[in-house]
Design a protein around this ligand. Structure first.
Ligand code: UD2
Ligand code: MN
Length: 582
C-alpha cells in the first residue's frame, strides 16, 4: 500500500521534514490561552476593522502553470471523469468490502491518481475575477475517523496542489481514534512528515465536532477552514473563499459543494447554488436562490444555513462565538448551531460561487455505530433549546420524543447568547430565512410509529441494510438482540403516512400488484400512492392502502412481500417498536 502512494507523494513539490505526531490533551493549557490572546490581537489588526476595499490592490490568483500541467494529464479519472467499475471489479470481493466499509466505491478511488485533475466548472466570470493581493493565512482542519486512506491522501494532495503556499499555514488532521492500522501508520509516518501537515490523535472517539474543536485549538492561521476527509478542491478555490472574511472578520463563507459520485468518482456540479435551510424534523434542506442573485451570479450571496462540512471562519470570530458547543456528540446538528450563532450574534454567512470543492456524499454512513444512542436527536435538542426559542415547539410537535429528550447542561451556551446579546430566532426567521416556512411548512404531526419492525412469526426484523434505491430487502436477526450485527433496522411510519429507514429519504414502495408483490426502496414523494401504508394495531397488519395488500414474509427465504390480507396468518403480523395513537 505504501508503495502504491509513495510514488505519487514524491511528485509533490512540498519538501519533507521530521515531525512528531502530536498528542491531544483536549484541555487547553493556560499558555495556549495567552498565546491565543496575543494571536487574537494580531488578528484584530489584520482582520478586525472594516477595510475600504477600493484602496486595496487586487490580483489574479490563478496558477496558470498548474492549470496547464493539469490540462495535459491523461488517465483514469482525469479531468474529474468517472471510472465505471468493470464486471471483473464487481466480482472482486474487495469491491464489495470497500463499499461496505466506506459507503462509497473506494475500490474505484484506488485506481485514480492522487493528483488527478478536475474540470473547471466554475461560472465563466470566476475566471476573470481578481482578489485582494494581501490575504490572511488559513489553517485547514480535517477530522478523520476510519477513513479510506487513498481518498484521504487525494484530499490532502488536492489542497497542497491547488492552494497558494503563501496562504496555507497548515493542514491539521485530527484522527478521531481510528482503529485501522494502515491508516494510523500512514498518518504517523508518511502524512505527518509532510511539511505543513500536523496530525493530532484523540485517544477516545470524540465525534467530528469535538475533533474539529481540538484541531481549531492548535491552529495558527488567521482563518479556520473545516473540511471532511473525502474532498477535492477545485481551481483557485481559496481567494474567493477568504476575501469576504478579510473584508469583515464576522463574515463566514461556504464553498459551493460539488459532488464526487460515490459510484465512480465523477466530479459533477450539484446545481448552480442554493441557500441552505432545514425542515421541522431538522433535516438539512435547500431553498431557491433569490432573483437578485441572477444578475450577479459569481458574487457571494447570503446563506441562512450551511451544509456543515466545508466552510471558512476567522479564528477571532469563531472563538468569540465560543467555538462549537462541546456538548454535541459524534455527528450532526453542529451546522445549525454555528449558522444560527453566526447570524443571530451579529455576523453573516455567505456562499462564494467561485470557490468550489467536491465532496463524496456517501451512499450510507458506515460508522453510525450505536443506533441505540440517539445522539443526533439530542444534538438537535441542544441547538433548539439554546437558539430556536418558540420555534422549537414546531419540532417538538413533529416528534414528541424530542420534547422530552434531556439536552444535558446548556448553561454555558445560554450565557454566551446573553453575553453576546444575540438576536431572537424570530429575527432570524423573518430576516434571513424568510422563505423557509413557505417552503417547509411546520405541519405539526409526529410519526405514528418508529423503531424496529419485528415479524411476530419469526421474531426477525426488517433490515434494509443501507441498501440503495430500487433494491428489495428482507428479514435479519434483530440488532436489539444481537448488538454485534450491523444493519439498518430503524424505521419511521411518518405522518404522510409512509415507511422509511430513519434519517433517509427513501420509502417502502410497492410498484406492482402481483402475487407476492415485492417492496422496494424508492425516493419518498409524500404523495401516498405506492408509498401509502398504515399500521393496524389490532390485527398487527401493515397494510398498503391502494392495493389493500398486507405485508407478509416467507419463513424459509426470509423475504418480505405484499400478500392478500389474512386475519389468521401469523406471517402477516408485525410489531413496531413504538406506536403513538395520536
Ligand atoms: C455532513 C457534513 C459534515 C457534518 C455532518 C453533520 C458536508 C459535506 N458534510 O457530513 O461535515 O457537518 O454532515 O454533522 O456538509 N468524523 C469524525 N468522527 C466521527 C464521525 C465522523 O472525525 O465520529 C469525521 C469523518 O471522518 C469525516 C467528517 O467527520 O471527515 C464528516 O463525517 P461524514 O463525512 O461521515 O459525514 P457527512 O459527509 O454525512
Ligand atoms: Mn462527508
Amino acid at each position: 500500500l505504501i508503495n502504491n502512494y509513495s510514488e505519487n507523494l514524491s511528485e509533490n513539490e512540498y519538501d519533507f521534514t521530521d515531525r512528531e505526531v502530536e498528542e491531544d490533551d483536549t484541555k487547553q493549557s493556560n499558555n495556549e490561552i495567552i498565546n491565543r490572546t496575543i494571536r487574537t490581537r494580531i488578528h484584530s489588526q489584520l482582520l478586525g476593522e472594516e477595510i475600504v476595499e477600493k484602496t486595496l490592490e487586487k490580483i489574479d490568483w490563478h496558477d496558470y502553470e498548474l492549470i496547464a500541467r493539469e490540462n495535459a494529464r491523461t488517465g483514469l479519472g482525469e479531468g474529474g471523469s468517472g471510472v465505471e467499475p468493470s464486471s471483473q471489479d464487481r466480482n472482486n470481493p474487495e469491491f464489495e468490502r470497500l463499499y461496505r466499509a466506506n459507503g462509497f466505491n473506494a475500490f474505484i478511488s484506488n485506481k485514480i491518481s492522487l493528483d488527478r485533475s478536475l474540470k473547471d466548472i466554475r461560472h465563466p466570470d470566476c475566471k476573470k475575477r481578481l482578489y485582494l493581493a494581501e490575504l490572511p493565512t488559513v489553517s485547514i482542519i480535517i477530522p478523520v475517523h476510519e477513513e479510506h486512506l487513498i481518498t484521504l491522501i487525494r484530499s490532502i494532495h488536492s489542497i497542497l496542489n491547488r492552494t497558494p503556499a503563501t496562504l496555507l499555514e497548515e493542514i491539521i488532521l485530527v484522527d478521531d481514534n481510528s482503529n485501522k492500522d494502515e491508516l494510523k501508520k500512514a498518518l504517523d509516518v508518511h502524512i505527518s512528515n509532510l511539511t505543513k501537515i500536523r496530525v493530532i490523535r484523540l485517544h477516545k472517539r470524540q465525534g467530528l465536532i469535538r475533533a474539529r474543536l481540538a484541531g481549531a485549538r492548535k491552529a495558527k492561521g488567521d482563518i479556520l477552514i473545516f473540511f471532511d476527509s473525502h474532498i477535492e478542491v477545485n481551481i483557485n478555490w481559496l481567494p474567493p473563499l477568504i476575501e469576504p472574511i478579510a473584508l469583515n472578520y464576522k463574515t463566514s463563507v461556504c464553498q459551493f459543494i460539488d459532488i464526487i459520485k460515490w459510484e465512480n468518482f465523477a466530479y459533477i456540479a450539484q446545481d448552480e447554488g442554493a441557500r441552505g435551510a432545514f425542515d421541522w424534523n431538522m433535516y438539512y434542506k435547500r431553498l431557491p436562490l433569490l432573483s437578485t442573485h441572477a444578475e450577479n451570479s459569481s458574487e457571494p450571496f447570503d446563506n441562512p444555513v450551511m451544509a456543515g462540512g466545508l466552510f471558512a471562519i476567522s479564528q477571532k470570530w469563531f472563538w468569540e462565538l465560543g467555538g462549537y458547543d462541546e456538548g454535541l456528540e459524534i455527528w450532526g446538528g453542529e451546522q445549525y448551531e454555528i449558522s444560527f450563532k453566526i447570524w443571530q450574534c451579529g455576523g453573516r454567512l455567505v456562499d462564494a460561487p467561485c470557490s468550489r470543492v467536491g465532496h463524496i456524499y456517501r451512499e450510507f454512513n458506515p460508522h453510525s455505530g450505536f443506533i441505540f444512542n440517539n445522539y443526533i436527536s439530542k444534538n438537535h435538542k441542544r441547538v433548539a433549546a439554546v437558539w430556536m426559542d418558540e420555534y422549537a415547539e414546531y419540532i417538538y410537535k413533529r416528534d414528541t420524543h424530542m420534547k422530552n429528550l434531556i439536552p444535558g447542561n446548556i448553561q454555558k451556551q445560554l450565557q454566551l447568547r446573553k453575553k453576546l446579546e444575540c438576536k431572537s430566532f424570530k429575527w432570524f426567521m423573518e430576516n434571513v430565512a424568510y422563505d423557509l416556512v413557505q417552503n417547509y411548512p411546520p405541519v405539526a404531526l409526529s410519526p405514528y410509529a418508529e423503531g424496529e419492525i419485528r415479524s411476530m412469526a419469526t421474531l426477525l426484523c426488517i433490515d434494509t441494510k443501507y441498501t440503495r434505491e430500487h433494491s428489495t430487502f428482507g428479514l435479519n436477526r434483530c440488532l436489539r438482540d444481537h448488538r454485534d450485527l450491523s444493519g439498518e433496522q430503524q424505521f419511521e411510519l411518518t405522518w404522510r403516512p409512509d415507511i422509511r429507514p430513519h434519517g433517509r429519504e427513501l420509502c417502502f414502495d410497492v410498484p406492482k400488484q402481483d402475487k407476492r408483490a415485492p417492496i422496494v426502496l424508492f425516493t419518498c414523494h409524500g404523495m401516498r400512492g405506492n408509498q401509502h401504508f398504515i399500521y393496524d394495531i389490532n390485527s398487527y397488519h401493515i397494510r398498503h392502502v391502494s392495493t389493500h395488500l398486507c405485508l407478509d414474509c416467507d419463513l424459509e427465504s426470509k423475504m418480505i412481500f405484499m400478500e392478500k390480507c389474512n386475519q389468521t396468518s401469523k406471517t402477516q403480523q408485525w410489531s413496531f417498536f413504538s406506536y403513538n395513537e395520536t
